[in-house]
Write a protein that binds this ligand. Structure first.
Ligand code: COA
Length: 255
């Protein structure tokens, strides 16, 4: 499809799989990777042969979120930045979208799941939204979507305290569709769902998704833009820069 070294795609029988492949950095997402992912979404939307898109990771991670070094050296500047193009593309994606979360998912690795239609997560995978801990704020519409999905008290706990949570909790809260025993089983679950979705009449699947999303679509678009404005500003704040530099510095010192 549109492969780069770190975003690899494969399509068969109407199902395209996009894999994030930077396992040595826990699949942390760089500007270039957001650009590639946004292009994959565009391509998958336009190609009539593709009925369903599956997102997955590699190694022991789905993704550890935005690359922290990038946050310091090439932060998103506004709504046209690749990360926001990716998020908008995800929010507007009209075909069914499935996630196979093969391991660790942090930050945008969790918030992007709120835009998928079906989500399967590997048992033992750590899920976390540490935005507030880093002096940042929610993104990807999660300030609207998360409380809507799991209720305000739990969403506040996850977003204000940034505590890790488990796939089993996510399943019990109705945030995901299933838990696989290992990465392979998780991908199998996601692919089985994707194949069933691909076998549905395409127009009916697309319309059903549109109708499911429509009541909240405008509110979510506004939230993505509102959060982005705050996020971009907070990235320049001394508090956030200190937290990000602490992570980046520790790693440089340790390596
Ligand atoms: N950005 C950049 N590099 C990252 C990264 C990220 N988000 N997450 C992991 N890495 C890198 C590490 O720097 C390390 O690189 P090195 O081997 O060159 O030192 C490598 O990936 C392995 O990560 P490591 O921290 O050693 O693995 P771990 O199993 O001990 O911890 C995490 C995994 C995810 C808990 C930890 O890496 C982490 O907290 N990452 C940051 C997550 C985050 O805050 N994301 C942003 C959310 S907004």
């Amino acid at each position: 499809m549109l492969d780069t070294q770190e975003i690899v795609t494969e399509a068969r029988d109407g199902v395209a799989v996009a894999r994030i492949r930077r396992p040595e950095k826990k699949n942390a997402l760089t500007v270039a990777m957001y650009t590639a992912l946004a292009a994959v979404l565009k391509h998958a939307e336009a190609d009539p042969e593709i009925r369903v898109l599956v997102l997955t990771g590699s190694g022991d991670s789905f993704t550890s979120g935005n690359d922290i070094v990038d946050f310091l050296t090439a932060p998103p500047a506004g709504e046209n930045s690749p990360v926001f193009q990716f998020l908008t593309g995800l929010h507007r994606f009209e075909k069914p979208l499935v996630a196979a979360v093969n391991g660790l998912a942090v930050g945008i690795g969790v918030t992007l799941l709120l835009h998928c239609d079906m989500v399967y997560v590997r048992a033992g995978a750590r899920l976390q939204l540490p935005f507030a801990n880093l002096g940042l704020c929610p993104e990807a519409g999660s300030s609207v979507l998360l409380p809507q999905r799991i209720g305000y008290p739990r969403a506040a706990e996850l977003l204000l305290l940034g505590e890790p949570f488990s796939p089993e909790q996510a399943l019990a809260w109705g945030l995901i569709n299933g838990v696989g025993v290992d990465a392979e089983t998780t991908l199998d679950l996601a692919l089985a769902a994707a194949r069933r979705l691909a076998a549905q009449p395409a127009a009916a699947a697309r319309l059903t998704k549109a109708l499911l999303k429509e009541p909240e679509a405008a509110r979510v678009s506004e939230a993505i833009a509102r959060e982005a404005r705050h996020f971009v500003e907070l990235l320049q704040s001394p508090r956030a820069r200190a937290a990000l530099e602490a992570f980046a510095g520790q790693r440089t010192a340790g390596s």
